[in-house]
Structures are given as structure tokens and as C-alpha cells.
Design a protein around this ligand. Sequence first.
Ligand SMILES: [Mg+2]
Length: 383
Amino acid sequence: MTPAPPPASGPLPPLAELLETARVVSVPLTVRFRGVEHREALLFRGPAGWGEFCPFLEYGPAEASRWLACAVEAAHREFPTPRRREVPVNATVPAVEPGRVAAVLDRFPGEVREVKIKVAERGQSLADDVARVRAVRRAAPAAVLKMDANGGWDHEAALRALLALAEFEPAYVEQPVPSIEGLARLREELRRREVPVPIAADESVRKEDDPLRVARAGAADLIVVKAPPLGGVRSALEVIERSGLPAVVSSALETSVGMSAGLALAAALPELPHACGLGTASLLAGDLVAEPLIPSGGVLPVGRTEPAPELLERYEVGGERRDCWLRRLAAAHAELAARVAPGVQAADRRSYPSRSPGARPAGLDRVRRATGPPHAPATGGTP
Ligand SMILES: [Mg+2]
């Protein structure tokens, strides 16, 4: 297996430095997601701004280390120069009944130009999917439609579904089947039958050790990319460039602070052929900034967001949840330190254990004391 690309795009600060400003928050969600009702994250501040470390709870240190690289980049480096001042964002329709579609779309203020519709939900049928997509077409006749199956079909079911959904002329369908080989086989079959539905890879880019395998396997027409699982904005830009495929930028359900990285990525891309999946702040029932990144007129402004002190305080958690996140931070940091340049590692080792116990930030001893895995909820789809 090809190893993951180096996740860090700059020097890695010592763990102790990250702990000095670390705040752990728990923000309520409007809907249950991946088995939880709150989105937890650890934020820290650096010279460039705030970084948000928010790997999903079931992710281990190796996967979480890429999310840490993204947070470190956000806090310690300026983002690449933006090529646009606002980013088009799609509306999202979850796997609701057709009768609820109009109400869902009403939550997106202004004209809705592009809609992503969840399909292949467990327990639902293709007829349910078609009815939902038809309801979206009725509610937003001029909108570009695209669907996301989150790998929920097998080859035969995907083929049937895409043949049925082709009449809505989707811009693309995300991850119709789970594996890269499956995507390649399906794409070949669609080509043979002349079904004009482009395939996008999402989970196959994000969960793979080698995010470029999708492109090499000819498994997709475009890729869905998220800054945190690809190790940050610069690292994601490199993956996109090397893939040679068009990219759609999506969120990882960050707060409006962490979302700055996704926006910076979308702003820096040479081409942005589709609206991004960055409108997920509307799934949060609270946020850390005074003006959450809720799209208006189908766009979001590019730029860094800063948490409001009173909101950080409102959603901050202590006790076991804080300990859990400090442990996760330490484990991801150790993982990342082992993968960055040896000189950086050495610097980290020098500065970290040599501090006297009295000079250590309060969180550090708790990191060392605390043991055991974080509580892991059931896995599920992505926004
Ligand atoms: Mg997806």
C-alpha cells in the first residue's frame, strides 16, 4: 500500500504549545448525525488565527493526525492566496419524504442554484429516492441537481438507480458504491451503456491511505475533497492537482471556525466547476462565531472567522469530554511528529520534556493521566 502523503505543511508546534490555548467545545446539532447529537471539537490559537481539531469520535490517531495537520496549518500559517471572494454552496436535502422537501429548501435563504440530495438511505427504496428527487425538481426547477449515495448501493442496485435518476440530469452522483474497484466497474458500465451520469468519489478519497488511487484507477469523473482529512488546505490542493480531476470542496461538519479551512481551499482552487458542500453550519443548533457561515443566495464569503469569546465559553466542556479530547490531541500529535521532517521532530522533543513540571500547561498532566479510548458512537454518513 502506498503510504499517505506527508500530512504537515509546515513546522509542527510542540504539544505543550497547542495545549496552552486549547478549548474543547460541544455544539448541539439540529439533527442526529453519525450517532451523536453534539459536534465536539478542540480549538487552539496560533499566530495566524484559530485551528479546529475535530476528527469524528471513532477515528484513531493515524486518521486524526491529518485533521490535526489541518488545524495546525489554520492556526500557524496564512491560507494560500484566494482566487475568489465568495464560494458557491449547494443546498442539501437529507433522505426526507417528498412532502418535506419544500420545507427543507426553505431553510436556504435566497435563490437555490445547486441541490445535493441524499439517496440510497438504508431502509428506503429506489422509488423513495426518485420521488424525493422529483420533489426537489418541482420545488427548484432551475437548480442543478446532484445526489449522494454514501456508498449505499451494490453494483446492480447502483446501475438500476443511476438509469432511473438519469432523467434528472444530475451533475454527478457521489459514491454510488463503496469501493474504488466498484466505482471503476460502474463507471465503465455507464460508459458502455452511454448513461451520461458522472461519478464522484468521496469516501474513497477521504478514507483511503492513498487519496490518489481513485484517479489512477479511473474510478471517478471528479473528487469530493475535505480539508481536514487531507491534512489541510495546501495538502488538499496538492492532492487535487496530482489527481488531475475536477474537485468539489465539502465540509466535515466543522463549526464556522473550522470551516475557514474549507472555504480557503475552495477559494484557492484554480477551477471550481460545482457548488461546494460547505453550507453545513445550518446543521448546527449553535456556533462559535457571531455570524455563522450560513449561505445566503447560494454563496459564502471567503475569509477567516474568529470565535466570539462568550460563545466559546457557552459551548466549552470540561471533565471527561475535555480529557478525552486532550488525549486525542496528544495521540494525533505523536503520530504527526513521527511523520514530519526529522528536524522538526527533534525540536519538538527538545522543548517538550525539558519543561519543568511547574511550567507545564494545566492540560498536559491530564493528558498523561487519562487513559482509555474515547467513547465511539455508531458510524454513519457525511454531510
Ligand atoms: Mg458524500
